[in-house]
Design a protein around this ligand. Structure first.
Ligand code: PLP
Length: 388
């Protein structure tokens, strides 16, 4: 059975070209890029080349790129590094729908005496910018708001938000882990101070990420030790990962148009057919402002986990909007923040596509979904009690 992989917001396959380009840096060119000898120095040149490739995708200066181990580290560095650089400001503004890589850090800081404001969203997952404006004050050190949501794909108006925040002299960070490689960016023309990305979301390997730091932004280092990354992030570089990420960024730039045409077309086709053939289903999130590869659909009267299991029997990989917490299924914090009713949140499935998906895979899934939903509803106590 072939795998049909529609879980690209969780992780992506490494592109063949990326894998090939990484190969020499394990067993042949394994020098330390900080070494004085030529053997290490040549590796240092490859790290420099990768930095330039990442900068090209982001539209920034290579000196504004710090390599890290993952999106989570980049987020933590942005938040902790800003607070340490601005010790007299004790307030952070974020949203209720952030990834735990941001939310858990903010909540931990709250337990250590910081003031944390979590902005709410409406039923389409949109922010109220007037609420944000109202919260900005001289106490605020940092506003951290994601560029697009990993569960629903809803895109926030990040440029407008960054403008509003930075014009008040407040640092603005965005977790762009789900956006980089899907939407064009030009950070040289943007007021965004700090931006996180993660390699494994854009066909680079796991274990490598980036924090973009706009020139002039005050940021204390998070990891202390050696002088790597110009003293901004200690630790010997993950050279194969960095080289792979550089190649992945180069490919992402070449495929940006495809992401917004072919991949979007596949997503729209999948979504539209499922909504048409599965009664009591609906999309979660603002379809007017959404990543081109993501759809989050709720099916009333069925459990998302049960749908996933039946999809899995056909080799189809997706993910659900519930998480197992203390032995019971909890609807996701994102869908809860949007006020999605409990039954709909429980029955939600996220399909996230990539340029490796095909029309045949989409059509196979479209064919199977109504049958899966019908079978599960036949077993559902909700549906049976409605029929009585
Ligand atoms: N931020 C967002 C929006 C994500 O979707 C993820 C991963 O799912 C992360 C941060 C964490 O990235 P990483 O897995 O590289 O730590």
């Amino acid at each position: 059975m072939n795998t049909i992989y529609f879980d690209n917001n969780a992780t992506t396959r490494v592109a063949d070209e990326v894998y090939e380009e990484m190969q020499p840096y394990f067993c042949r060119q394994y020098g330390n890029p900080s070494s004085m000898h030529t053997f290490g120095g040549q590796v240092g040149l490859q790290v420099r080349e990768a930095r330039e490739r990442v900068a090209r995708l982001l539209g920034c200066d290579p000196g504004e790129i710090i390599f890290a181990s993952c999106g989570t580290e980049s987020d933590s560095t942005a938040i902790h590094g800003t607070l340490e650089a601005l010790p007299h400001r004790r307030k952070i503004i974020t949203t209720r729908v952030e990834h735990p890589a941001v939310l858990a850090v903010c909540r931990d800081l709250e337990s250590h005496g910081y003031t944390v404001v979590e902005l709410g969203v409406d039923k389409l997952g949109r922010l109220d910018l007037s609420e944000l404006e109202h919260q900005l004050d001289d106490e605020t050190a940092l506003v951290t708001i994601m560029s697009a949501n990993n569960e629903t794909g809803v895109i926030f108006p990040i440029e407008q938000i960054a403008q509003m925040v930075t014009s008040r002299g407040i640092v603005f960070h965005t977790d762009a882990v789900q956006v980089v490689g899907k939407i064009p960016l030009n950070l040289s023309k943007s007021p965004i101070n700090l931006l996180s990305l993660s390699g494994h979301k854009l066909h680079a390997p796991k274990g490598v990420g980036v924090l973009y730091v706009k020139k002039g932004t005050r940021l204390a280092p998070f990891l202390l030790g050696g002088h790597q990354e110009s003293g901004r992030r200690a630790g010997t570089e993950n050279v194969p990962g960095i080289v792979g990420l550089g190649k992945a960024c180069e490919l992402a730039l070449q495929h940006l148009d495809e992401e917004n045409t072919r991949v979007k077309h596949l997503r729209d086709r999948l979504e539209e057919r499922i909504l048409r053939t599965c009664p009591d289903s609906r999309v979660n999130g603002d379809t007017e402002s959404r990543l081109p590869n993501t759809t989050n659909i709720s099916f009333e009267y069925v459990e998302g986990e049960a749908i996933l299991l039946l999809l899995d029997r056909y080799g189809i990989c997706a993910s659900s909007g519930s998480a197992c917490t203390s032995g019971s299924l909890e609807p996701s914090h994102v869908l809860r923040a949007m006020g999605v009713p409990f039954t709909a949140a429980h029955g939600s499935i996220r399909f996230s596509l990539s340029r490796y998906n095909t029309e045949e895979e989409v059509d196979f899934t479209i064919e199977k979904m109504p049958e899966i939903i019908r079978r599960l509803r036949e077993l559902s106590p909700f549906v049976q009690s409605r029929a009585r």
